[in-house]
Design a protein around this ligand. Structure first.
Ligand code: AMP
Ligand code: MG
Length: 413
């Protein structure tokens, strides 16, 4: 499709983007690598949890009925006929009127139906003294009481965190089928760009964006890598993208999507006919490109100013990565905060300002603005911890009024 001069709303563009994002085939991964992903199979268990009746305490296994008349005034003495340790591979047994010393997790001996904790006895070795009635089943963990054989342990779509990894390990699954992390490749365009670590000469700029966007994609759950820098050159751009197509579930470029004569990303990719370039009613981030390469791999072409790139990523790319991960909730949570300053906002544009969100001691949040509206302000972006969203129809936020804030929390993945 050719250029669309109409200004699209943020919501319209986001919907268009999400409609163009499919799903990735599930893969099987080693258990620990599944952390943070969604299960793509129904997992049933072929072992019960617990696997066998066992003691919940260090103590003495007894027959409850034998202790019926035990009390402080009429202590009961039972012979101790042996020890049962955790890891005992055979089931022990004891007759009526007897007891066995037992460890936490050790299999209950045949003939015993309860355990009295060590600290409630005299800890005897040959004989143990019991001064209360022990009830049937006391301190016994029953086989299958947590999960029965054949039951579903976890369903497809479940989010896998430490607790779920524990369950999968407990039922013997060392590999699971999951929705994989999308492979995201990031490319910076611009003839002014130099590799980080190479001292920029006059007119040169260190490539911050491929680091920024790779980090943001990783934070969103992707397996993200930098391809590197491509100068403003039509064929070098197409070659670089084409060579990566088989390795990517999603491509992201930055730069070269504005109106300038050297905005070759827009020129080169719009010629292919599968990537659209449009103007979105937002600030920063008005020029946006989105489409598919090789008819398969979605590609985002984000504007080059680092703040524009980050905001565009947050608004459009992060939800797309979450969709690829199979997540149902694509948006970050927002909070309401009291703005501590007055600022202007352009009519008809949704503005995303960098802010510093504070949690008030008395509860609730307040927010101050960091830096100006300029989308080249990397240092002020780095000192912010949130984006303040100012709606299209709002032209001024007055100090003391309520605003919507997107905290940019680290995922800790
Ligand atoms: P563009 O979108 O290509 O017109 O770039 C807009 C502004 O962002 C220019 O000042 C570029 O030098 C700057 N810029 C573009 N790409 C990067 C990058 N990868 N790292 C840092 N600044 C960039
Ligand atoms: Mg450029």
């Amino acid at each position: 499709m050719a250029d669309d001069d109409r200004l699209r709303s943020v919501d319209e563009h986001l919907q268009n983007v999400l409609d163009g994002i499919g799903s990735i085939d599930p893969i099987e991964l080693p258990l620990l690598d599944s952390q943070g992903l969604l299960l793509a199979e129904n997992v049933t268990t072929d072992v019960p949890l617990p696997g066998f009746d066992n003691s919940a305490m260090d103590g003495y296994a007894v027959r409850a009925v034998d202790t019926k008349n035990a009390s402080v005034s009429k202590p009961l003495q039972l012979p101790v006929v042996g020890d049962v340790v955790a890891g005992a591979r055979t089931k022990s047994g004891m007759g009526p009127g007897l007891s066995m010393r037992i460890m936490t997790g050790a299999p209950m001996p045949a003939g015993a139906d309860a355990v009295i904790p060590l600290e409630e006895t005299d800890r005897g070795v040959a004989k143990v003294t019991i001064t209360r009635q022990v009830h049937g089943g006391e301190c016994v963990r029953r086989a299958g009481e947590d999960l029965q054989v054949g039951k579903q342990a976890m369903g497809a779509g479940a989010a896998i965190g430490p607790q779920q990894i524990a369950l999968l390990a407990a039922i013997g699954r060392d590999r699971v089928t999951v929705r994989p992390r999308p492979r995201v490749l990031v490319l910076s365009t611009g003839s002014e760009l130099v590799e980080v670590g190479q001292k920029p000469s006059f007119g040169e700029v260190s490539d911050a964006n491929s680091y920024l966007i790779a980090a943001a994609a990783k934070d969103a759950g992707a397996d993200a890598r930098r391809i590197g820098i491509v100068p403003d050159d039509h064929s070098q751009l197409l070659d670089a993208l084409e060579s990566q197509l088989l390795r990517a579930d999603l491509l992201i470029t930055t730069g070269g999507v504005s109106m300038g004569a050297f905005d070759i990303v827009k020129q080169a990719l719009s010629e292919l006919g599968t990537v659209d370039f449009m103007r979105v009613a937002m600030q920063p981030g008005m020029p946006q490109g989105f489409g598919h390469l090789g008819n398969r791999v979605p590609i985002f072409c984000l504007p080059g100013n680092p703040v524009s790139a980050l905001v565009s990523f947050e608004v459009f790319v992060r939800p797309a990565i979450r969709k690829l991960l199979g997540k149902r909730n694509l948006q970050r949570a927002t909070v309401q905060a009291i703005a501590l300053e007055t600022i202007k906002s352009p009519a008809g544009r949704r503005q995303y300002r960098r802010g510093l969100l504070h949690r008030e001691a008395a509860g609730g949040y307040s927010v101050t603005f960091v830096g100006g509206a300029g989308s080249h302000l990397i240092a002020s972006m780095a000192s912010s911890n949130c984006l303040v969203v100012i709606d299209e129809d709002v032209t001024e936020v007055v100090a003391g009024s309520r605003v919507t804030v997107i905290p940019l929390l680290l995922s800790n993945r």
